[in-house]
Design a protein around this ligand. Structure first.
Ligand code: SAM
Length: 204
């Protein structure tokens, strides 16, 4: 991956969401993207979650395509699922400028809606800010190859605002393990995103 002077970059055409440019590359801001935050936090040990051109990714919670557009700069194909109409309009515009983004307007809780458009993928990246985030991940596991990677960005306050974020993290981790996943790593996304954890798993 491209890092210059400690800044994570990607090499596509700029002007997607007003991102800064640096030495001809797009700056991937850790305050705007949880993947970039993860990268900055784990930068000495990033091998497992690195992106490369061999990867096909199912991205759940694409929103208006900010992070999706950076993924698309690195990987071969991004299936980008979003259910809200307004961000979907932006995502479609982003997809028109990048040939390897497939925008899918659907509910990630109902993967049957998009199963006809899917192939199996190497990675699922999930950032849906909803209750039942571990359940949504489990529902989408049929799309993930054996030994494939799940990166779950867990917004603990969306699961239950009354519960301590650490308890939400432990409960969600348990649910992921009960779904047949092996948790290989986890971290909090402080100082970039408060009360957000990242849970990294492999499909057994
Ligand atoms: N990942 C985005 C980024 O980094 O640019 C930000 C995602 S935002 C925190 C969460 C998004 O998930 C929202 O756009 C929301 O509409 C979408 N979302 C929430 N639940 C969803 C579901 N069940 N199916 C599809 N999209 C969902």
């Amino acid at each position: 991956m491209i890092i210059i002077d400690g800044v994570l970059l990607s090499k596509g055409k700029g002007g997607v969401y007003g991102e800064k440019m640096m030495k001809g590359f797009r700056v991937w801001d850790p305050y705007r993207s949880k993947y970039a935050a993860l990268f900055m936090i784990k930068k000495d040990d990033i091998k497992e979650v690195s992106l490369d051109e061999d990867l096909k990714v199912l991205y759940l919670g694409a929103a208006n395509g900010t992070t999706v557009s950076h993924f698309a700069d690195y990987v071969s194909c991004v299936y980008a699922v979003e259910f809200a109409p307004r961000p979907m309009q932006d995502l479609i515009e982003v997809s028109k400028r990048r040939k390897n983004i497939i925008p899918i307007m659907a509910d990630a809780e109902n993967p049957r809606e998009y199963a006809p458009f899917m192939e199996t993928v190497d990675m699922i990246y999930q950032d849906v800010a909803q209750p039942g985030q571990a359940k949504i991940a489990a529902l989408n596991l049929p799309f993930l190859k054996k030994d494939g990677l799940l990166i779950l960005m867990l917004k603990t306050r969306s699961v239950d605002v009354r519960v301590d974020p650490r308890t939400v993290f432990l409960d969600s981790s348990k649910q992921l393990e009960e779904s047949g996943l092996k948790i290989t790593d986890a971290c909090w996304l402080e100082p970039y995103h408060h009360d957000h954890a990242c849970i990294i798993c492999r499909k057994m």
